[in-house]
Design a protein around this ligand. Structure first.
Ligand code: ADP
Ligand code: MG
Length: 801
């Protein structure tokens, strides 16, 4: 259609401006607009192109009107003009209608290959012997297990294909991969080896090339869009390449008609034609650039969202030990800044690299075509200068990088001081913090000045180099022109193109650098995506019938993957019978929370087995297991959503009655009703609008709402004042009387667990004593010492006021 417009323009400038040709031109432009609208309709995405389209149409109308007014075509052609206006209005209306009906917003692409974000563990074929061993001679036959419904095989395509088949097949988490199904005991075997990821094959993507391949894989759903973008890019880049040629030809025509006495420059045919070509080519360039940007930007946005989505899923399924190892900041920056950099590779970087390469080599070729000797000399000098400026540029960049580091340090100081403002105030450490900040601030100033100084040198160096090149071309080219070996027009064109070559050299090298930076970011992202956790989050066996809530530890030993030498739990044997209330006490660091982590299967033991209802938890579906266990920790995190949603967390289908019931059981109902919006009150970040005790009770309600068969409280009431603690205590007793839920209560205040069925004293990873309160007191061991110590403290505290 742009060609039509170009032809129209040429016709306008060409010939005698007869009404006949004018209406022809109008017809062409109108046809161009109709065609444009049709093509855009086919793409169905004017919501992005709305304004460019409208303004192009408006410009076309304005152009036609101006032309007709100027060249008296109006009287003859007003019928045609009216037609054009009508057609354009109709087209615009069509376009707007298409915008409204467009369904392109918010989707990731029609054929997203990465739909299986939470792959099920392929525990479908458990070897009989394994199950028999792991369920520890239980009476049930392994065949009595019911399997989780299998995922649709189409959906269960591996996350990545191609290079990653191997990885997928090796890791148990993407178990439905083509490589076959990993047996259930896979995790178990690894666990017993003390494996924290050692059994998993290392990801294939440790090179830039494979990062690029993975990226292309994720870009697949937008292949059409990207190919279109590439086509548009080729057209626009070619048009851009041709522009200086027409400019120089026009200039040559102007120069040649200098003082020739003709009244109108437009009568110069050479000028007129080249101007028309210039306008036409510029229009082609502008229009196709717009299409290219639209196509690639859309692909980039969708690609980024797709990668982020898969990355988020990959992060969420990692082992707890993975989160111990990598901080929140690291993982979130993968998700934000790294993903952005990666997304930019396809559009911004690749686009520019292709466009500038085309432009660079095209211009260079044209230089050689114009005058090979001059071109040879030019390219040789330009390359040398380019290397020099690059070196200098990388020096400046290094300085800049240093500034970033120093800035980061200063920001970190500020971040911490601001975040811990209360602490700073409490310790009257404002001056100390100021001193700290001033120091890094001063470093920043120093580094910045250094870099600015270098930059102030860099700019003139570049300017000198550029002008020296122009100087060389002018001198040598001028020499050829005076000797008649080159035309003036060619020299003008040469100058224009040499400028293009220089610009493109710089752009290309910059773009290649950021391309590699993007690939670096991508490497880190795909590393996480391909990192297979050792513990599954879903998939496995679900025992039939109603769960009883029995917990058993058989000779369990455990060390954190981060410090495998240090056994935090050793040879621990323990049984919590259904409905039993067991308390665990002991000095801090004794291993109580680690025990809780093992029961929830945050980690696998390095020795022995943990059994729930008689089944090794390693063969059970972790999701099912965790559904049977309610847990409340010492500093419970509440989400920034309503109280109701916090209590019904993870179960959006929970009725309001169930939520109320859970809140009542946790003695939270009354205070929740007093909140501004009751159950609909949205909690602030980390639930700051609630007091510690209130937060704790909401967290208890959240655990109870799932009606767990085993309730674990890890120092859940430690932060409560005595009266709230007493309330929760009574609530728990009532709950226990009603539901006979098994309980494991890790407590700090011994007074709260005196009525437990059994008390365990855990010290240095061992259960050193167990029995009822009276039994343990009578034994006069560790427990009685702990009790008397706490009694003394409480007495002292009681004396104070
Ligand atoms: N994520 C972890 N990584 C490595 N070591 C840990 C981790 N969490 C706790 N530990 C260590 O394990 C030991 C037991 O801690 P924990 O189970 O929290 O004790 P308790 O809950 O009884 O106070 C401590 O020595 C502690 O330093
Ligand atoms: Mg603890």
């Amino acid at each position: 259609m742009t060609t039509c417009a170009v032809v129209g323009c040429v016709q306008i400038f060409d010939g005698e401006f007869s009404p006949y040709s004018a209406s022809h031109s109008i017809a062409d432009v109108a046809a161009a607009n109709v065609l444009k609208a049709a093509i855009l309709c086919a793409f169905g995405s004017f919501h992005i192109l709305k304004w460019p389209v409208l303004s192009t149409v408006a410009a076309a109308v304005a152009l036609i009107c101006t032309k007709m007014a100027l060249f008296r075509g109006w009287t003859d052609g007003h019928g045609a003009a009216a037609a054009v206006l009508l057609v354009t209005t109709a087209c615009t209306l069509c376009q707007l209608a298409a915008v409204r009906s467009s369904s392109f917003v918010n989707d990731y692409g029609e054929a997203d290959p990465d739909v299986e974000l939470m792959p099920t563990v392929a525990v479908t074929t458990v070897p009989k012997s394994e199950t028999a061993i792991s369920s520890n001679a239980q009476s049930k036959s392994p065949l009595s297990f019911q399997y989780l419904p299998e995922e649709d095989d189409d959906l269960a395509e591996p996350l990545l294909t191609g290079d990653y088949d191997e990885v997928e097949a090796g890791g148990h988490n993407g178990g439905n991969g083509k490589g076959g199904r990993a047996p259930a005991a896979d995790g178990k075997v690894r666990g017993q080896n003390g494996g924290n990821g050692k059994g998993v094959r290392t990801p294939a993507a440790d090179t830039k090339a494979s990062t690029m391949r993975s990226l292309l894989h994720y870009a697949q759903p937008d292949a059409l869009l990207l190919s279109l973008g590439l086509c548009f890019l080729l057209v626009s880049a070619t048009a851009r390449l041709a522009l200086p040629n027409f400019t120089s030809r026009c200039l040559a025509a102007v120069v040649s008609s200098e003082g020739d006495g003709k009244d109108h420059l437009f009568n110069n045919l050479q000028f007129r034609n080249n101007l028309a070509y210039l306008v036409g080519t510029a229009a082609v360039y502008a229009f196709f650039s717009m299409l290219r940007i639209w196509c690639t930007a859309k692909a980039e946005v969708r690609l980024m969202a797709r990668v982020q989505r898969v990355l988020f899923a990959a992060i969420m399924r990692q082992d707890i030990s993975y989160f111990d190892k990598y901080g929140t900041g690291q993982l979130t920056s993968r998700l934000t800044s790294d993903a952005t950099m990666l997304g930019a590779i396809i559009t911004t970087n690749c686009n520019w690299v292709i466009q500038t390469s085309l432009s660079l080599f095209g211009s260079m070729g044209y230089l050689f075509f114009l005058e090979p000797r001059l071109a040879g000399v030019y390219v040789a000098i330009a390359t040398v200068f380019f290397v020099i400026t690059r070196q200098f540029g990388s020096f400046v960049r290094k300085l800049q990088k240093k500034i970033q580091d120093v800035k980061g340090d200063a920001n970190q100081v500020a971040d911490q001081s601001i975040a811990l403002a209360r602490l700073v105030r409490a310790f009257a450490a404002e001056e100390w913090e100021q001193h700290h900040y001033d120091k890094s601030n001063l470093d920043m100033v120093r580094e910045q000045l250094r870099s600015k100084m270098a930059y102030s040198l860099y700019v003139p160096v570049v300017a000198i180099v550029q002008n020296a090149l122009t100087f060389a071309v002018l001198c040598l080219g001028g020499f050829y022109v005076t000797r008649g070996q080159m035309s003036g027009a060619d020299l003008t064109a040469f100058l224009f193109y040499s400028q293009t070559v220089q610009d493109n050299m710089n752009t290309l090298s910059e773009q290649i650098i950021s391309l590699f930076q993007g690939l670096g970011a991508g490497e880190k992202i795909f590393e996480i995506i391909q990192h297979q956790p050792t513990l599954p989050i879903t998939g496995g066996l679900v025992p039939p019938g109603e769960p009883k809530g029995e917990l058993k530890l058989n000779n369990v030993g455990f060390a954190y993957p981060g410090s495998p030498q240090l056994r935090v739990i050793e040879n621990m044997n323990l049984t919590i019978r259904p409905g039993e209330r067991v308390a665990a006490v002991g000095p801090s660091g004794g291993g109580k929370s680690s025990l809780v982590g093992l029961v929830l299967r945050y980690y696998d033991p390095v020795q022995g087995t943990v059994l729930f209802d008689g089944h090794d938890i390693r063969v059970l579906d972790p999701r099912w297991l965790r559904r049977q266990i309610g847990v409340v920790t010492q500093d419970p995190f509440l989400f920034g959503v309503s109280v109701r949603d916090n209590i019904a967390y993870g179960r959006p289908d929970m009725s309001l009655e169930e939520v109320h019931r859970a809140a009542r059981l946790a003695s939270a109902h009354d205070f929740i009703l007093q909140l501004p919006l009751g159950y609909e009150t949205v909690l602030g970040e980390r639930g700051v609008t609630l007091s510690g005790g209130q937060r704790q009770r909401v967290a208890i309600a959240r655990a109870l709402a799932r009606q767990p068969k085993l309730l674990i409280l890890d120092e859940a009431t430690s932060a409560l004042d005595s009266s709230s603690e007493h309330e929760v205590q009574t609530a728990l007793q009532t709950l226990h009387a009603k539901t006979r839920t098994s309980m494991l209560i890790v407590a700090h205040r011994l007074s709260t667990i005196q009525d437990a069925d059994r008390i365990l004293v855990i010290q240095r990873g061992h259960i050193v004593e167990q029995g009822t309160h009276t039994e343990l007191l009578a034994r006069k061991g560790v427990y009685s010492v702990l009790v008397s110590r706490q009694l003394q403290t409480e007495l002292l505290e009681g004396d104070q006021p």
